[in-house]
Design a protein around this ligand. Structure first.
Ligand code: HEC
Ligand code: HEC
Ligand code: HEC
Ligand code: HEC
Length: 211
C-alpha cells in the first residue's frame, strides 16, 4: 500500500485524494447553476426589453407613434389579438438573432440622448429614412415578422374578396412579400412612401427572381 503511494507521488501529476476528485462534478454543478442563473437573467432582460412599455420609454411621444399605433387594427380588432411593437420588429425564432438585434438596438440610446427624435418635426424629418430601413429589413427577411401570425396558407381565400384572394394567390406564387402591398398599416407613412417602395422593389427584383 505505502509502496504504491510512493510511486504515485514521484510523478509530476500527484493523484489527488479521492475526496478532492468530488470537486470535478461539484464544480460542474456550480458552473451549471451559475450558467442557468445568468441565462435566466439574460432571458429576463430580453423579456422585459421586449414589451411595448419598454419601447414607449423612447417611442411614446404623445403626438406620433403611440396614437398612430393605438388607432391601428393591430392594437385593437374584432378578434382581440394585439400585435405589440416587438411582434413586428424583433426576431422571435432565433435566440442569437434576438440577442444580437438587442445589442445593436441598444446603441439607439445615443441618438435618443442627443434628442434626435424628440419633437414631431424631427420625427417627421427622419421618418422616411427609418421607414425605408424597416422596409428593407422586411424585404430581406420576406416579412417574417408578419408571418409569425399570418400565413397565406392559413387564409380562407374563398372568403376574401375576389381581388384580394387573387392578389394573395399571386403573392404566394410569385414570392411577393407582405410589405410590397401592405405598408403604413400601423404608422403614418412618409410622403414619398410609394417612391421608396418602388425603388426597393426594383432593387430586390433581380434577387427575388434568382438572377
Ligand atoms: C433608448 C431609447 C429607445 C428605446 C428604448 C427604443 N428605441 Fe427604437 N429608436 C430609438 C431611436 C433614437 C431611433 C432612431 C435611430 C436612428 O435612426 O439613429 C430608433 C429607431 C427605431 C426604429 C427604426 C429603425 C431603423 O432601422 O431606422 C424602429 C423600428 C424602432 N426604433 C423600434 C423600437 C422597438 C420595437 C423598441 C422596443 C423593443 C424600441 N425601438 C425601443 C430609441 C429607442
Ligand atoms: C401578433 C400577431 C400579428 C402580427 C405580428 C401581424 N399581424 Fe396583421 N393582423 C393581426 C390581427 C389579429 C389582425 C386583425 C384580424 C381581425 O380583423 O380580426 C391583423 C390584421 C391585418 C390586416 C387587415 C387589417 C388592416 O389593418 O388592413 C393586414 C393587411 C395585416 N394584418 C397585415 C400584417 C402585416 C403586413 C404584418 C407585418 C408587418 C402583420 N400584419 C403582422 C395579427 C398580426
Ligand atoms: C400583391 C399584393 C399583396 C400581397 C403581396 C399581400 N397582400 Fe394582403 N391584401 C392585398 C389586398 C389588395 C387586400 C385587400 C385590401 C386591404 O385590406 O388592404 C389584402 C388584404 C389582406 C388582409 C385582410 C384580409 C381581408 O379579407 O380583409 C390581410 C390580413 C392580409 N392582406 C395579410 C397579408 C399578409 C400577411 C401578406 C404576406 C404574407 C400579404 N397580405 C401579402 C394584397 C396583398
Ligand atoms: C403590425 C406590425 C407593426 C407593429 C405592431 C408596429 N410596427 Fe413599427 N413598423 C412596421 C412597419 C411595416 C414599418 C415600416 C413603415 C410602415 O410601413 O409604416 C414600421 C416602422 C416603424 C418605425 C420607423 C419610422 C416610421 O414611423 O415608419 C418605428 C420607429 C417603429 N415602427 C416603431 C414601432 C413601435 C415603437 C411600435 C409599438 C408602439 C411599433 N412600431 C409597432 C410594423 C409594425
Amino acid at each position: 500500500m505505502s509502496d504504491t503511494e510512493n510511486r504515485e507521488s514521484t510523478g509530476l501529476w500527484v493523484k489527488p485524494k479521492r475526496k478532492w476528485l468530488l470537486g470535478i462534478p461539484l464544480g460542474g454543478v456550480i458552473a451549471f447553476a451559475l450558467g442557468a442563473i445568468m441565462l435566466g437573467m439574460t432571458n429576463y432582460v430580453l423579456h422585459e426589453t421586449s414589451t411595448t412599455e419598454f419601447c414607449y420609454v423612447c417611442h411614446s411621444h404623445e403626438n406620433f407613434i403611440k396614437p398612430e399605433y393605438e388607432a391601428s387594427s393591430h392594437f385593437s380588432n374584432l378578434s382581440g389579438v394585439r400585435a405589440g411593437c416587438s411582434d413586428c420588429h424583433l426576431p422571435h425564432d432565433n435566440w442569437f438573432e434576438l440577442v444580437w438585434t438587442k445589442m445593436v438596438v441598444s446603441l439607439d440610446i445615443i441618438p435618443e440622448l442627443a434628442g434626435k427624435l424628440d419633437t414631431a418635426e424631427k420625427y417627421a424629418a427622419h421618418r422616411a429614412e427609418m421607414a425605408e430601413s424597416v422596409w428593407r429589413q422586411f424585404k430581406e427577411n420576406d416579412s417574417k415578422f408578419c408571418r409569425s401570425c399570418h400565413s397565406i396558407d392559413a387564409m380562407d381565400l374563398e372568403g376574401q374578396e375576389r381581388r384580394t384572394a387573387r392578389q394573395h394567390s399571386r403573392a404566394a406564387e410569385q414570392g411577393e412579400t407582405c410589405i410590397d402591398c401592405h405598408h403604413g398599416i400601423v404608422h403614418e407613412e412618409p410622403e414619398n412612401a410609394a417612391e421608396i417602395i418602388e425603388r426597393l422593389q426594383a432593387e430586390f427584383a433581380p434577387r427575388e427572381s434568382g438572377l
